[in-house]
Structure formats: structure tokens, C-alpha cells
Design a binder for this molecule. Sequence first.
Ligand SMILES: O=P(O)(O)OC[C@H]1O[C@@H](O)[C@H](O)[C@@H]1O
Length: 307
Amino acid sequence: MTSSSRYLLLGFPESKGQAQELAKLTGISYADIDIHVFPDGESKITLPAEALKSTTQIVIYRSLDHPNNKLLELIMAAQGARQLGIKKIILVAPYLAYMRQDIAFNPGEVVSQKVIGKLLSESFEGVITVDSHLHRISKLSEAIPVEYAINLTATEPMGEFLKQHVDSPFLLGPDGESRQWVEAIALPNKMDSSVATKVRRGDKNVEINLPDGDYQGRNMVLVDDVASSGQTLIQTAKQLQQYQPASISVLVTHALFMEGSIEALKEQGVINIWSCNSIKHPTNQVSLTGLIARELKEILHLTGENT
Ligand SMILES: O=P(O)(O)OC[C@H]1O[C@@H](O)[C@H](O)[C@@H]1O
């Protein structure tokens, strides 16, 4: 028996391709989780019962965009696996939801990061994610108290992608939080970079102030962890246009891109919109699967087969 055959990797229907690719790269066997949604909106989850008989340790792959539905189904799958005798469950969630509300900004606001972190820690021994929005805390384990709480960063594959696709890029982060990602790409690759400041006044109301810079004639790339309403990037591109750059592109880890945001970015002169494949989206260009596979193999102590 090889070390990886002791594990089974389970994927949900919407991300079967990515989960299968991860299984291939790690040498872990793959099996499907099926979902049937009843007319009243409840979900029936069916686990691969036969395949689960041969293991006590599993990996479940699911990104948590559309979090309310996906989280509940995920917890049901994990708890169902426990009932079938599974002892160790690692969650691979390249995009992890509910990490942004880490304090109560106003009295009575629920700190969702803590609630969801506790919920996940009750179902999983480990969580692997990418560029999680950790603002006032430095480690994922502070939000999700599990044995393995791993927050990878997409900056290395993003840097490689930019080197191949943009001539002498100038990276621009839209706010202070983005500095970590901008600098992690710019410094090792010797790219110019700068970081703007942002004031958020509402879900879709942000004000961006660009630092003075020599942006004219440059290939500007706006870099951020996530595009949700897209307003942060839209307003940044709008400010940037005044400097007459040669081009404006966008590169984010997580492509939520709510309705209308892609069109609005194009209206502000953005010519390329690129993202990593943490959330399936037409803008996906940078694969995170190799990065995640390396980490998964390390924490599961897998040897090198199929890699
Ligand atoms: O402006 P939208 O796209 O709605 O939200 C995404 C932004 O909000 C922040 O939390 C993220 O880091 C990103 O800068």
C-alpha cells in the first residue's frame, strides 16, 4: 500500500475538475460527493460509501464562494463521513468565506470569522486555503483552531504569470491590506510597485487615493486578494486613467466579480482581467493546484508518486 492510498479525496460537483487534478498531483484516489437539491431548497448529500470503507482519512475539496449553501453542505458531508467511521478530515478550500468580519465594527455585529472558524474546527482536523483575508490577526489558526491551519499565498505563481504576460509591469495595490501581496510579487521579481489608500463607505462605495507616481506610459497591474463588487478595482482604475498609463490590467487571487463588475472594469480602460483558479471563473489564468498539492503532500506525509 502506498502512503497516498491510505487517503481518499472527495470533490463536490461544481469543482470536480480541480479536485481531480489535485488528486492526480498528490497521488490520492478521488471519489465524488453527490448533491440533490429538493424543490424546497434542502440539499441531500450522498457520500461515496463503498470507497470510504477502505480508509479512515479523507480530504474534502470545496471553495466557499456562495458560502451559505456551500458551507452547510460541506459540514453535512464532513459530519456524514464521521458517522461512517472517518477519523481525520482535511478541508481544501482555496477560497474561504467569512474571514473578513474579524471584529464587531458596530455594537451587536456578529464576528462571523470566529463563528465560522469554530464551526470548521468542529468538523475538520486541518484547513488549507489561499490568501485568506486575515487583517487584524496574523495566523489562520487564530481564526480556525485546528491542527493544520494553512494559509498559502498565490504570489509566486502570480509573479511567474506576470513575468510571462506583461512587459515591465508596474504593480499597484488599491489599499493598505494589499501591500503584502503586491510586495511579495514585486520585490523578488524586481518590479516597480506602489500602494494606494482606500476609504470604504459602503458595500459598493469606496474612495481610492493614488500616491503620486510615474504611471504615464507604464503597463499597470492592479493586484489584490479578492474582487467582490469590484468597486475597489474599478475606482482604482478610474483614478489611474488620469495618468495615461500604456495599459491597465487586473490580477486577483479570488474572482468573485459580482454581476456587472467585469463590464465596469472594462469601461474604466482595463484591458486584461486575470485571476487564480480558487473560484471557477472565465478570468482564471493562474493555477493554484500545484501549490496546494505540495502543501497537502507535506502535511499528509505523502511520498512522490504521480507528481
Ligand atoms: O471592493 P470589492 O470588490 O467589493 O471588495 C474587495 C476588496 O475588499 C477588501 O476586503 C479586499 O481586500 C478587496 O480590496
